[in-house]
Design a binder for this molecule. Structure first.
Ligand code: NDP
Length: 240
């Protein structure tokens, strides 16, 4: 049977590369996105996948979009919680909205997406969940208390759910990228990026396709013995 995958934030950057890789691996793929209809249209046309507008911070939207995927494509076998945003500022200047937005999207989004699908995966005895964390959730980063807290939370969520589901044929893993060449990093000021690149042993940013290959590896049907793990992909920037 052809497996079905949902990738949040699947229409741009790392998520789009994940959709492309999973589709190439033979899965039926649905990408969720926040509001950029142009990127979603390009995904539908170029990758030939389903792209649905669904804000992962809104639990009711997630339930209804996941239901639509199940009606159109079938039960969900693979969930990739990739959607994420940054809103950087030092804590002494941080506004409540910057804290709330990042926690709601990057952390509560995992709950909103995973809660509706976990029961079906348990019943069917198969599931692959891959959560996109970040190097900055592992080591911290100036100006990112909100983002680092959310991404560290992603790793904790991953381990706890891995324990809950280990005997149900479900694996739950995280992938923690370092700096990857996407729109998110394009917003980092040039002088800061120069310092960041100097800290990356391989001497360059990562490519979205390189993260996508890690995700596809963890999402493979035959890969049932890695669970609760965090796979780092950071050009050697942080050796954990
Ligand atoms: P991009 O900013 O390039 O793309 C973000 C994607 O997420 C878009 O498809 C966007 O949709 C979607 N999105 C944003 N907010 C929401 C939301 N509330 N609900 C649903 N979809 C949403 O990000 P990246 O590809 O760079 O990052 C992907 C993931 O990887 C994130 O979790 C990020 O934190 C993580 N990461 C990225 C790193 C990097 O260096 N790039 C490093 C480490 C981790 P739309 O197009 O509609 O806005």
């Amino acid at each position: 049977m052809t497996r079905v995958a949902v990738v949040t934030g699947g229409t741009r950057g790392i998520g789009r590369a994940i959709c492309q890789q999973l589709k190439a691996d033979g899965l039926r793929v649905a990408a969720f996105y926040a509001g950029n209809d142009e990127a979603a249209r390009a995904c539908r046309e170029e990758l030939d996948i389903l792209a649905l507008k669904c804000d992962v911070a809104e639990s009711l939207e997630c339930r209804s979009a996941l239901k639509e995927v199940e009606e159109l494509l079938g039960p969900i076998d693979v969930l990739v919680n990739n959607a994420g945003v940054t809103h950087d500022m030092a804590l002494h200047k941080m506004e409540d909205a910057a804290w709330d937005q990042v926690i709601r999207v990057d952390l509560s989004g995992l709950y909103n997406m995973t809660r509706p699908v976990i029961g079906g995966m348990r019943e069917r005895g198969h599931g692959r969940i891959v959560n996109i964390a970040s190097i900055n959730g592992q080591k911290g980063q100036f100006g990112q208390t909100n983002y680092a807290a959310a991404k560290a939370g992603v790793i904790g969520f991953t381990k706890a759910l891995a324990l809950e589901t280990a005997r149900k044929g479900i694996t739950v893993n995280a992938v923690a990228p370092g700096y990857i060449d996407t729109d998110m990093v394009a917003h980092v000021p040039a002088e800061v990026l120069t310092h960041i690149k100097a800290d990356i042993p391989v001497g360059r940013l990562g490519q979205p396709e390189e993260v996508a290959r890690c995700v596809a590896f963890l999402a493979a049907e035959g890969q049932g013995f890695i669970t609760g793990a965090t796979l780092t992909i950071n050009g050697g920037q942080y050796m954990v």
